[in-house]
Design a protein around this ligand. Structure first.
Ligand code: SF4
Length: 446
């Protein structure tokens, strides 16, 4: 085995898991290749959150398996491994191993067993218990990095497979997180994103640590040279006043909060087991906007949840008009095996889901477009990421509020934080002019 190919489906947690597995394999002397045909080892890091993601991965792996040469090793990792377990060997007879989300540390051992015995291997633990050394991760980006701070979820929303595939919440030792962040800063990283299925539950499973999510943010902010911190993803119930105050006061913390509402009707929220009402959610949004002026908000919405009436869907649209999200991910409901919602009739016809989805997208695009136009003329901090692949005249960067900006400039700006004045729009991307290096502007919320 000399070369490996990896393909990632799904969320940022999976991206970090892929980077970690790639680091483990490179340490073992393997070389990563982009062409699946050139690889001796192929790993598909899968997602189960939506039916479409699962079908895409199954289709691709099935296609690769059909042309498999005997000497290749093929593995399935990620949430689909936890959800389907041994059944994957029946559905995809040519795969050699199945490795769950809590078993990444077993990768080398599994490969050794296959090479020694030629037998198929499976490792699926229900709970994440082993401290993974993420420092081995082969980072895809030179200036932005993910740090895992908590794995699993205890919330049990009725439509979601995550508590069953990733297991209960397990927070990571704050000392390890701080150490990793310091190392990343020393390596030149400007921005870190703290990852977890429910990141703001951090520390609740370890009361002895006396370090809740906002405490961790204060500690990270003290790291010299750490310019930006983001976090993904949050549960509204765990967005506390203390967390909002941290966002409003810590210079490193970006003023962008993913605050997933999921539905605008309290009856549907109850059926989803989201454990908040629309009114409670709205109160938090009002407080957040008060404590963090100019905060950008993101959401996820599920359209066509079982029994959702037209009036209840209208409540989703009304909430969107009131809150005015900057970004959103809008999905039509699809039942997931093993979840409580799977037992209910998926009773909203697909054409109705589709039509509601289109209305949500149209409204979101209108509101997000308006909010972007309101920003024109402002000068904002941008992390310069790379030259645009679509138009080489431009560099591409990311604002603190998670918007892309294009502007003309030299390659030596790449990796720096600079100030850019926004002057126009191209779809959902700002176009601007470079003004000055970041240090000449005050903190956006000060
Ligand atoms: S909070 Fe709900 S939607 Fe998010 S991962 Fe946990 S169970 Fe799934």
């Amino acid at each position: 085995m000399q070369t490996f190919y990896m393909r990632t489906y799904g969320c940022q947690m999976n991206e970090l898991d892929t980077e970690t597995m790639a680091g483990i394999l490179e340490k073992r002397g393997l070389v990563q290749v982009e062409d699946e045909n050139q690889a001796d080892l192929l790993i598909f890091n899968t997602c189960s959150i939506r039916d479409l993601a699962e079908r895409k991965a199954m289709g691709k792996i099935g296609q690769i398996c059909r042309g498999k040469k005997r000497e290749k090793i093929i593995g399935v990792t990620g949430c689909m491994a936890n959800a389907k377990k041994e059944a994957l060997f029946r559905n995809l007879p040519h795969i050699d191993f199945v490795l769950g989300t809590n078993n990444i540390h077993d990768l080398e051992h599994v490969l050794d067993e296959i090479l020694a015995t030629g037998e198929k291997q499976i490792r699926i633990d229900d709970q994440f218990s082993k401290e993974l050394d993420y420092r081995i991760a082969k980072r895809q980006d030179k200036y932005k990095a993910y740090i895992s701070i908590i794995r699993g979820c205890d919330k049990f929303c009725t439509y979601c497979v995550v508590p069953y595939t990733r297991g209960p919440e397990v927070s990571r030792d704050p000392e390890k997180i701080i150490e990793e962040a310091k190392e990343l800063v020393d390596q030149g990283y400007q921005e870190i994103t703290l990852l977890g299925q429910n990141v703001n539950s951090y520390g609740k499973d370890q009361p002895d640590w006396n370090c809740l999510f906002h405490d961790l943010l204060y500690r990270l902010d003290k790291i010299e040279g750490l310019k930006r911190v983001r976090f993904l993803t949050s549960h509204p119930v765990d967005i506390t006043r203390e967390l909002m105050e941290a966002i409003g006061s810590l210079p490193s913390l970006c003023e962008h909060v993913h605050f997933p509402l999921q539905a605008g009707s309290s009856r549907i929220l109850k059926k989803m087991h989201r454990i908040y009402t629309k009114e409670e959610y709205m109160e938090k949004v009002i407080l957040l906007k008060e404590l963090v002026p100019g905060v950008a908000l993101g959401t996820d919405m599920i359209i066509g949840f079982p029994t959702e009436t037209e009036e209840e869907f209208q409540e989703t649209l009304d909430a969107m008009k009131e809150i005015r999200y900057d970004n959103g991910f809008f999905y039509t409901y699809s039942p997931r095996k093993g979840t409580p919602a799977k037992r209910w009739a998926d009773d909203i016809p697909e054409e109705v889901k589709h039509e509601r989805h289109q209305r949500v997208l149209a409204l979101h695009n209108e509101i997000a477009g308006e909010k972007m136009r309101e920003k024109l003329g402002e000068t904002v901090e941008v992390l310069v990421e790379k030259r645009s692949s679509k138009d080489e005249r431009y560099l591409r960067g990311l604002t603190r509020c998670w918007r892309h900006v294009l502007f003309e400039g030299d390659d030596n700006l790449i990796g720096q934080l600079i100030n850019v004045t926004l002057h126009s729009l191209s779809h959902h991307t700002f176009i601007g002019d470079v003004k000055a290096l970041r240090e000449s502007l005050p903190h956006p919320t000060s």
